[in-house]
Structures are given as C-alpha cells and as structure tokens.
Design a protein around this ligand. Sequence first.
Ligand code: HEC
Ligand code: HEC
Ligand code: HEC
Ligand code: HEC
Ligand code: HEC
Ligand code: HEC
Ligand code: HEC
Ligand code: HEC
Length: 466
Amino acid sequence: MRRRKVLIFTAVTILALIAAGVSPPAMAQPNFAKVKEFRIERSIPPEAVACIECHKQTSPGLFADWANSRHANANITCLDCHLAQPGDQDVAKGHDAVYSRKDLPYAEAKYKVPVATVVTPKDCSRCHPDEVTQYSKSKHANTIEIMWKLDPWLNKGMNSDNERKTGCYHCHGTVLAIDDKGKLDATTWPNVGVGRLNLDGSKGSCTSCHSRHRFAVSEARRPEACDSCHLGPDHPQIEIYEESKHGTIYHAFNDEFNFKAAAGTWTPGTDYRAPTCAACHMSGSGKVTGTHDVTERISWETQAPLTVRPQDFAAFPSGTDWKVEREKMKNVCLACHSDAWVDDFYHGYDKAVEEYNEVYYKPAKAKFDELNSKGLLDQTKFFDERLEVEFYELWHHEGRRARMGVMMMAPDYAWWHGFYEVKLRFANFMEEANHLIETGQKAYIAKDFPNATGDTTRPPKIFGGK
Ligand code: HEC
Ligand code: HEC
Ligand code: HEC
Ligand code: HEC
Ligand code: HEC
Ligand code: HEC
Ligand code: HEC
Ligand code: HEC
C-alpha cells in the first residue's frame, strides 16, 4: 500500500516579510534565514517525525536538502535510510543521549531508535536494486582492490597513512573501521570515495555523485558531479571536457538543458545538445540503456602503463567484449553525429593508442627493465631514484594525458600537454638511462625520501588474511 504524500511546504517567510514591509532586496541578501512551514500527516511514524523536527532545528541545512528531494516528496524519511539494522556496527553511539536533551524538540525516550551513521549501497538496494547491482560490478566499486594490486605508493609504503586518507582515499574510498571505543575510526571517516568498503561488506558510496540529502539526478548528469575526482595531471578528464567542443557548448547552452528530466528519460537533442560525462558514460540514449557501471562503453584501458583491452586488464578483467562496448558508445554519438564522423574519430583514437604503446611506452619499458636487470636501479623502493620518477611520469602523467586528450576530443591535451610532453620526457629518460648503462654507474638513491611510512599490508577485508 502506498502512503499518501505527506509533506506540504509553504514559503511563509516571503508572505510574512512582505506583510511586515520588508523590501525584496533585503530578502535577497545572503544568509537570510529561509524558514519553511512543514506539515506532517499521521501516517509517518512518530520516530521519523522526531528525526525531522529535531534535525530541522539542529541541522537546518541538512533538513532543507532532504525536504527539497524527490525522497521527501515520495515519503521516504530519515528512518528509511538511517534506522540501524540488526548487526550494524556503525550505530551512532552518542545519539541515544540526544533524546534526553531538554533544549531540543521531540527529545523524548519514546521516539528513541538506534541510528546508523553510514548509509551504504546495501541500504539503497532495498529500493534501487538495479543501480546497486550495476554499480557493484564497476571499477568504481572495486577500486580499492585494483589500487592495491597495482600501486607503488601503497605497496612500497612511499607516502604516509594520512597523506592517503586525505588524498588517495578521498577519491578512491577507505576501508571503514570501528575504533576501540566502538566509534567509526577517524583515520577512515568521513569518506565518500567511490570504492569505500562499508562495514556491511557493500562497496562504494552513492553520494560520490548524488550528494546527500538531495540525491538528485540533475546533479549527477552535470560534469561537476565527476570533476572532484576526474581532474589533475594524471587523469584530467574535466579539463579535457572543458576544452572540447562538447564542453564549450555545455557552457554556452546549459541554461537551456533540461537536467531535471525524469530518471531514464533524458534525451539527446530534446534535453541537451552536447553530451556531458554522464550522457556519454551512464545515461540511456536511443538503443543504449542507462547504466551505473562506468566500465561499460569502454574499449581501451588508457590509464594503464601499456594500453590494453578492458577484458585483458589483469588487475580487474572487465568480463566485457570491447567491440560490444564500443558499439554502445558509438550509438550514443550517433544521436547527434553521422557514422563517418564517429568512425573517423575512433580511427584517430586507435592510432594514438598504437603510437603511444609502440613508439614510446614499449621502448622506455625495455630500457627501464634493462636498468633493473643490470642492477643500476635498486628495486627495494620506488620513487627514491630519479629514473623511477621519470618512467612513472612518462606513462602516468604525460602518457595518460596524450591518450585521454585524444579519446575525449581535446587537441591541446592530445598534443601540448600530451604527446609533446611525452616526447620530451622520453628523450630525457633515454639520455639518463643510456648514460648509466654506458658508464656502468648506479643511480643515486635518495636516502632521505620523506614520509615513506604508510602501512604496506593489503586490506585483509578485501584480500583475506588476518
Ligand atoms: C532530539 C533531537 C534529535 C532527534 C529526535 C534525532 N536526532 Fe539525530 N542528532 C541530533 C544531534 C544533536 C546530533 C549531533 C550529535 C553529535 O554530533 O554529537 C545528531 C546526530 C545524528 C547523526 C550523525 C551521527 C554521527 O555519528 O555522525 C545522524 C545520522 C542522525 N542524527 C540521524 C537521526 C535520525 C535518523 C533520527 C530519527 C530516528 C534522529 N537523528 C533523531 C539530534 C536529534
Ligand atoms: C536516501 C537515504 C537518506 C535519507 C532519506 C536520509 N539520509 Fe541522512 N545520510 C544519508 C547518507 C548517504 C549520508 C552520508 C553518510 C554516508 O556517506 O554513509 C547521510 C548523512 C547524514 C548525517 C551526517 C551528516 C554530516 O555531515 O555529519 C546526518 C546527521 C543525517 N544524515 C541525518 C538525516 C536526517 C535527519 C534525515 C531526515 C530528515 C536523513 N538523514 C535522511 C542518507 C540518507
Ligand atoms: C582527485 C582524486 C584522486 C586522488 C587524490 C588519487 N586518485 Fe587514483 N585515480 C583517480 C581517478 C579518477 C582514476 C581513474 C583514472 C582513469 O581511469 O582515467 C584513478 C586511477 C588510479 C589508479 C589506476 C587504476 C586502474 O584501473 O588502473 C591507481 C592504481 C590509483 N589511482 C591509485 C591512487 C593512489 C595510490 C593515490 C594516492 C597516492 C591516488 N590514486 C590518488 C582519482 C584519484
Ligand atoms: C558515478 C556517478 C554516480 C554514482 C556513484 C551513482 N550514481 Fe546514480 N545516477 C547517476 C547518473 C548520471 C544518473 C542519471 C541517469 C539518467 O540520466 O537517467 C543516476 C540516476 C540514478 C537513479 C535514478 C534512476 C532511475 O532510472 O530511476 C537512481 C535511483 C540512482 N541513480 C541511484 C544510485 C545508487 C543507489 C547509487 C549507489 C549504488 C548511485 N546511484 C551511484 C550517477 C551516479
Ligand atoms: C525506502 C525506499 C528508498 C530508499 C531506501 C532509497 N530510495 Fe532513492 N528513491 C526512492 C523513491 C520512491 C524514489 C522516486 C521518487 C519519485 O517519485 O521521484 C527515489 C528516487 C531516487 C533518485 C532519483 C532522484 C531524482 O532526482 O529523480 C536517486 C538518485 C535516489 N533515489 C538515490 C538513492 C540513494 C543513493 C539511496 C541510498 C543512500 C536511496 N535512494 C535510498 C526510494 C528509496
Ligand atoms: C569520488 C571520486 C569519483 C567521482 C565523483 C567519479 N569518479 Fe569515476 N572514477 C573514480 C576512480 C577512483 C576511478 C578509477 C577506478 C579504478 O580504475 O580503480 C574512476 C574510474 C572511472 C571510469 C573508468 C572506468 C573503467 O572501467 O576504466 C569512468 C568511465 C568514470 N570513472 C566515469 C565517471 C563519471 C562519468 C563520473 C560522474 C558522473 C565519475 N566517474 C565520478 C573516481 C570518481
Ligand atoms: C562525447 C562523449 C564523452 C564525454 C562527454 C565524456 N567522455 Fe569520457 N570517454 C569517452 C570515450 C569515447 C572514451 C574512450 C572509450 C574507449 O576506450 O573506447 C572515454 C573514456 C573515459 C574514461 C576511461 C579512461 C580509462 O581508464 O581508459 C574516463 C575515466 C572518462 N572517459 C571520464 C569522463 C569524464 C569524467 C567526463 C566528463 C568530465 C567524460 N568522460 C566525458 C567519451 C566521452
Ligand atoms: C547530444 C549531442 C552529441 C553527442 C551525443 C555527441 N556529440 Fe560530438 N558534437 C556535438 C556537437 C553539437 C558538436 C559541435 C559540432 C560543430 O562544431 O558544429 C560536436 C562536436 C564533436 C567533434 C568535433 C570537435 C572539434 O573540436 O572539432 C567530435 C570529434 C565529436 N563531436 C565526437 C563525438 C563522439 C565520438 C561522440 C560519442 C562518443 C559524440 N561526439 C557525442 C554533439 C554531440
């Protein structure tokens, strides 16, 4: 049985202010308190009424976000997401005490329920099972495992745990833990990284793109939803998008785009005239169905040192067929472009991948291996010898920028930040490497490499063990 819509909000402030003779400019001032009247129907559980009424006072910003969400509109309350389930380890320990505070509304023992702090994909899956299943297969959800299988910073302990918490894990996600006082461990929380490993075993945090408590598709469809992570020297997707023709059209016309189209109905041409990140990678378009698995529609691994097909990516084989995925992406393009335009674009992309692999990466890798096999580089640590850094930046910075600039139509990234820099780096790397090989001299090891203190144990919750 579906409960009736229960919440009616009226903007009483405006009327009250006009009645009081306050002029409109004063109302438009920043930080002017926005009070909403709020009526609750009987069908809402009293415990949920208490959450709403008390938090409306203690955290009005949070309340307003929820009140403006589709969830509030559909009668989904705080309890639906935060009610602790049996066995939950993240029950907010101090929360019971709020029910005996004299200064707060609805602070009565009869409303008391255990509240979970963390709201996970498992909690959302009760109502959104498809999104959660798709998401759980993606690289987003599985990135902690991928990171630990590949990354020299982690595996060689070359940065500190706090550098990881505030940097790497902010984007990739932490492994949540409980400290000895029974609270969420502050070295792992707060966190909304894409692959956060939750205490209930589920992976990810849906708030990476749908920030709480609005949980809006209109936010996730904009490129800004992705740009907190997809940027910078090593994966500059937002910068690339900004300089592509698609990005410039987005900026010129997005006030005409209809980002609020109902979920699953966002249509190229009708609702937007240039694609955003979500339009190409996630939303449905024509024959292509929408997906929460961003690994779909991809035919190359351009973040990897040697570009390979997604099914051949050893750390996380996609289980997809790259030809099928490429057809899906092409179908997205075809809503606005002709076959020839799209095929010719892919021709340039494949060629760039081939040149990067064959002309730059493979010879540099062969030289790097030679240095190691001749004992001219020391393999105990990474980044403490200059050539290790040079080799890393060749594929991880310039080499990615070149491939990624091409793959998303940004000529300045393809060339000036990309292949041009790859060439310079390659030439310097080869010169230094050949010098060591010719003279038989061992590379200088930086003895004072700073803050190389990070834990090198792979997370047991993912890899097993203690
Ligand atoms: C009587 C007031 C009151 C009621 C009723 C109330 N809360 Fe709270 N809640 C608070 C206060 C105050 C805090 C901040 C406590 C703190 O930071 O120590 C809080 C904190 C929280 C937190 C954050 C906990 C954390 O560990 O970070 C969550 C989540 C939360 N409340 C959810 C709820 C839900 C869901 C309900 C209804 C089941 C609810 N609250 C009912 C006052 C209330
Ligand atoms: C659709 C699910 C959902 C609903 C409904 C919901 N929350 Fe949340 N809430 C979340 C998520 C997700 C987070 C972020 C925590 C996380 O990443 O796990 C959160 C975080 C919070 C926090 C901690 C915020 C902070 O920054 O410290 C509080 C407090 C909270 N919610 C209270 C409420 C209250 C009160 C309501 C009802 C008015 C409510 N929530 C409704 C999902 C929900
Ligand atoms: C600003 C957010 C952000 C920070 C900070 C960050 N990363 Fe990433 N990382 C990403 C994104 C986004 C990608 C995906 C790049 C792509 O596929 O184009 C990525 C990719 C990776 C990959 C490659 C995964 C693969 O599929 O091959 C590894 C490994 C990795 N990061 C490890 C780290 C480590 C370790 C740190 C800290 C030393 C770190 N990252 C810091 C966002 C970040
Ligand atoms: C990488 C960004 C991203 C993450 C993370 C993400 N979403 Fe979404 N979500 C989107 C986008 C983009 C859309 C809009 C698709 C469209 O245009 O129809 C969307 C739409 C939705 C919708 C509406 C879809 C419909 O057809 O009814 C739901 C529900 C949803 N997401 C739930 C979730 C849940 C649950 C999670 C966590 C498992 C999650 N999302 C994580 C980007 C994301
Ligand atoms: C108790 C059921 C329930 C739970 C739990 C729930 N949702 Fe929803 N959600 C709904 C319903 C119902 C709607 C559709 C509202 C409407 O009619 O537009 C919705 C809509 C959405 C939308 C689309 C909003 C839009 O702008 O159109 C997103 C995104 C979303 N939910 C994300 C989440 C996430 C993320 C979680 C977990 C943190 C979650 N939901 C938990 C029931 C739920
Ligand atoms: C909170 C950080 C974060 C946000 C926000 C985010 N991503 Fe990611 N994304 C990552 C990380 C980290 C990876 C790398 C995962 C890996 O390979 O280990 C990644 C990888 C990807 C990949 C590569 C998948 C593959 O199989 O190679 C795509 C495509 C992608 N993201 C698209 C998006 C889109 C589109 C959005 C916005 C709608 C978005 N992401 C939002 C962090 C984020
Ligand atoms: C015009 C469509 C389009 C738009 C818009 C777009 N992308 Fe892409 N993206 C692509 C194509 C095409 C590829 C290459 C797919 C392949 O390998 O076949 C790609 C690849 C990627 C990859 C995979 C990199 C890897 O690991 O190999 C990531 C991550 C990514 N895009 C993120 C984003 C983000 C974030 C945005 C927005 C800032 C965005 N994309 C906007 C079309 C688009
Ligand atoms: C929603 C419509 C739409 C979608 C989807 C779309 N594009 Fe475009 N694209 C455009 C428009 C509009 C232009 C501007 C053409 C012009 O310059 O007049 C454009 C321009 C381009 C350009 C030219 C860039 C330049 O700087 O000259 C390329 C290449 C391109 N798109 C490739 C693609 C590919 C590949 C895809 C799919 C992965 C795609 N587009 C998806 C609308 C779209």
